[in-house]
Ligand binder design. Structure first.
Ligand SMILES: C[S@@+](CC[C@H](N)C(=O)[O-])C[C@H]1O[C@@H](n2cnc3c(N)ncnc32)[C@H](O)[C@@H]1O
Length: 350
């Protein structure tokens, strides 16, 4: 009798437990009202922006591509940029394909905008981002400076906002020493990137007007969390104000790009760290650090206005401080939207 081989069962991968993380930095974490509203309306992208993960035992529906956020689908970025940068003299540094500066130029209502990039000229920048319309972007901005090293900023004027989105050393072909998801990263590249941020801040502070702010967008997942924000930036003249959940839908047509590589990267976990210089100037992006007596800040909207009213106030930037209750509402809205959509799909199939 022939031997009967036991049929090989495919090995079942042990299920990954859902990440048991709630965001830890709630006391200083804010989002735009628009992001909160969008998430409460069931947008899975914005739910991930706000909550990052589910709660233990209550994971969020799977993340979606940022293009599926309804505000991107409808090409309706809303008034947030005007509220964040309205009336400000803004300097952007290390812009990639210049699309961030285009968003500010066209909808930021800035008093002035100076865009800058490390690349020595437009031709080189266009070559770095081959296939993207960098020339077209440059035409939409009045003042673009080339060959500007963020570590050695030198301008005659001062600024209310100096913005460096996703600072990262240009290495080659998008390889920047950060290998997201692998749990590994090149330690020396991280140190060099941290040095870049510190040198940028040292050279930017003297250019800040009273009350002026430095904004740095950065991812929060490992290995990016290993850079040590927000403490990475410390300067006698700066106060850390908090972090604003990065919501790409508000910055259209901005697409964040890798260094010297036309590829974009997921920024769903990103926040904008905000550091302010003392003094009275342009309205602050975020309120002073949560007061120790626990009183809500004047910016804190608590319960969101129920209607989709258009917020036009420029003096008070409409940001919402994240708290456990808001995050729980977002989670439930996202789960309800996901099950409504799968019910709809099932009905369609029948
Ligand atoms: C990850 S990319 C982000 C690009 C762009 N800010 C965005 O959000 O799409 C990092 C950027 O930092 C810029 N960068 C790196 N070192 C710099 C420096 N010393 N001065 C100015 N920009 C620098 C790179 O040229 C690249 O454009």
């Amino acid at each position: 009798m022939a031997d009967v081989q036991p049929t090989q069962q495919p090995k079942k991968r042990p299920k990954k437990p859902p990440p048991a993380t709630e965001r830890a930095d709630l006391a200083t974490l804010y989002c735009l009202q628009a992001t909160a509203r969008c998430a409460l309306d069931g947008c899975a992208v914005c739910a991930h922006r706000i909550c990052q993960h589910g709660a233990p035992g209550r994971p969020l529906p799977p993340p979606q591509r940022p293009e599926s956020c309804p505000r991107v689908v409808d090409e309706s970025p809303g008034p947030d940029l005007g509220q964040l940068y309205g009336g400000c003299r803004v300097l952007t540094v290390g812009d990639g394909d210049l699309s961030f500066s285009v968003a500010l130029a066209e909808r930021g209502e800035c008093a002035s905008l100076t865009a800058s990039t490390l690349e020595p000229d437009l031709e080189t920048l266009q070559r770095e981002y081959d296939g993207l319309d960098v020339r077209g972007h440059a035409r939409r901005i009045d003042d673009v400076r080339y060959g500007v090293d963020a570590r050695r900023l030198s301008f005659d004027e001062s600024f209310d906002r100096i913005v460096f989105n996703f600072p990262c050393l240009p290495v080659s072909d998008g390889k920047d020493g950060n290998s997201e998801g692998s749990g590994k990263a090149d330690a020396s590249a991280i140190e060099e990137n941290k040095a870049l941020v510190r040198a940028f801040v040292r050279s930017a502070v003297p250019l800040l007007a009273p009350g002026g702010e430095i904004h740095v967008a950065h991812k929060t997942k490992e290995p990016f969390s290993w850079w040590g924000f927000p403490c990475l930036v410390s300067h006698a003249l700066l106060t850390y104000r908090g972090a604003l959940v990065f919501d790409r839908a508000a910055y259209q047509p901005y697409a964040n790009r890798k260094a010297r590589d036309r590829k974009s990267f997921s920024a769903i976990d990103a926040v904008v760290y905000v550091y302010a210089r003392d003094g009275a100037g342009a309205p602050p992006t975020l309120p002073p650090l949560a007061s120790s007596n626990g009183a809500p800040s004047p910016f804190y909207e608590g319960a969101l206005p129920p209607a989709r009213d258009v917020v036009t106030s420029r003096r008070v930037c409409r940001v919402v401080r994240l708290d456990a209750e808001l995050m729980a509402r977002v989670r439930e809205a996202s789960l309800a939207a996901a099950s409504a959509s799968s019910r709809k799909k099932r009905r369609k199939k029948r």
